[in-house]
Write a protein that binds this ligand. Sequence first.
Ligand code: BG6
Length: 475
Amino acid sequence: MKANTGFPKNFLWGGAIAANQAEGAWDVDGKGPSVMDVVALPEAYSRQGTLGYEQTKESVLSALEDKEGYYPRRVGIDFYHTYKEDLALMKEMGFTCLRTSFNWPRIFPKGDESQPNEEGLKFYDGLIDEMVKLGIEPVMTMSHYELPLHLATEYKGWTNKKLIDFYMNLFKVLFDRYHGKVKYWILVNQINMLGWGDYCSLGMLKGEHEDWLSDRYQAVHNQFVACAKAVEYAHKTDASCQMGMMNGEVLGYPASTSPEDAFQSLQAMQMNDYFFSDVTARGEYPGYALRYFEENNIKVEATQEDLEVLKNNPVDFISFSYYSSGLYDKEHGNDLLSNPKLPASIWGWQTDPIGLRYSLNAYYDRYKKPIFIAENGLGAIDELVDETVDDTYRIEYLRAHIENMREAVKDGVEMIGYASWGPIDIVSASQGEMSKRYGYIYVDLDDRGQGSGKRYKKKSFDWYKKVIETNGEEL
Ligand code: BG6
């Protein structure tokens, strides 16, 4: 018997982006609008909190007609046209994987059509073929805040069970077409991030729901069923493919030494995080969730058939994003508090590398399924000087996290790979700005999409190259 000494030989190293934050080309080649395409960057905005996720039917429809506002996802970094050059730079760093997403309304512009848009599919043919050619394993997310807007305005988003069929139409088209080239599939981005995900993931609009909480968990239930049906279809069609669930991991420690706070942190982690992985990886609603529903008067309709499909189709792997941690206490319940012992970025995200090791151990102990880190990184304001950026702060952040990930592997956690967030600068999801940058590659565009669009290597570019070359030994 021997303990692991480091990352496995076939460990995947790379990065993760999302279609809506990178591609731009929002109305090109038959693409319809997504929920994110109508979120504007206000003239004046604060760097705290998140932007634009309290939308109404009126606000999103008028955004479609708006000629004045700036909508950053419509522009992205023009990855739709630059992907070959961008992938070449990633290859130069030695990437063996890239996670990105299918932009749903590129393929089904409104979401409820029966036939896909062939032009949209052609883009993914090209992108996936290019990755395969370069030896970069595509890790594809089915839905990363790219719900067709029409499904939000006309169907009330995922609260409507019809969304399960629309998702399956999309999934079948994509799986049939790409299963020989794409092995790893992530079914929904950060399925647990409710609150901010209510609009951008579930497609819920303010004013359209009488019982918000019940509708929210009904929508989540429908997503669970859609994921299970996708797993069922994939396993029948090509059992070599690996189907994954994804959480946005927000680790919360107890705020004090009191048993009450410790128990509160357990309960908050259950409802904010593990509930989503429990259902998708174990196939059952856990008792703590049923109790939470009863105590909060949340009504979720689940048929016998739903429960069976969940039971029979757990995912093959777990993935999560990890950026920061916080605290829970009895007084504030399931609301995350900041930790006075940890440094924070200007956006308030606290850096806690040990939390990554902690989370990897916690998830592995719970499910004993391989884990893929789907996102991790430091958003920062970078300064381009002499065609490069000295982003030592980013290297330090990533080094500490990768070190802790290596410790987790030594602890016995089985891992598939690591995708750092935004290896090339892209539009920020929560802030809508370009100036919250995560990349090894600087993109010369400002918050309003002005600039040359040219790509420059930051200091972290060579550093990450070395990390990959040495399979995480040299940090
Ligand atoms: C995750 C999302 O929450 O965090 C990404 O899946 C997002 O879409 C990333 O970009 C970083 O967040 P932000 O708001 O700094 O871009």
